[in-house]
Design a binder for this molecule. Structure first.
Ligand code: FE
Length: 146
């Protein structure tokens, strides 16, 4: 994980709250813009393992590949790395009486979830992501070789 104490970088995509509200569903707005969390085991992708890319639902930027997704049994989509790591920014989060590392889309600032140090090898990290923050785009090219 990188130094999360830096101030957030400027966003490439800036919209007013009214513009975000009109371009997102109420659930997407709550999670991406108000840093909400979906309930565990209720989202679209916690149990989804098709080959493809996961892009930011706020701005379409590629964030994760299906090959980086793993079954974490935590009820949220979990990734052990980000092939598109440059697209993600880490921010120290001291809300709810905890010190956690929030992850946001660098381009639009949309809240994605948090990153923890309890992931599997080879990275040991776990990106714990909300389904409404991402959109799956299938790709035959990412089918595991059998
Ligand atoms: Fe984004």
């Amino acid at each position: 994980m990188t130094d999360s104490k830096r101030p957030p970088s400027p966003r490439v995509i800036e919209k007013t709250e009214a513009e975000w509200k009109s371009s997102l569903s109420p659930e997407e707005y709550y999670i991406l813009r108000e840093k909400g969390t979906e309930r565990a085991f209720t989202g679209e992708y916690w149990d989804h393992f098709e080959p493809g890319h996961y892009v930011c639902r706020g701005c379409g930027t590629p964030l994760f590949k299906s090959l980086e997704k793993f079954e974490s049994h935590c009820g949220w989509p979990s990734f052990f790395s980000s092939a598109h790591g440059d697209s993600i920014e880490e921010i120290e989060d001291r809300t709810h009486g905890m010190v956690r590392t929030e992850v946001v889309c660098k381009k639009c600032g949309g809240h994605l979830g948090h990153v923890f140090n309890d992931g599997p090898a080879p990275t040991g990290i776990r990106y714990c992501i909300n389904s409404p923050s991402i959109r799956f785009e299938p790709s035959e090219n990412l089918k595991p070789k059998s």
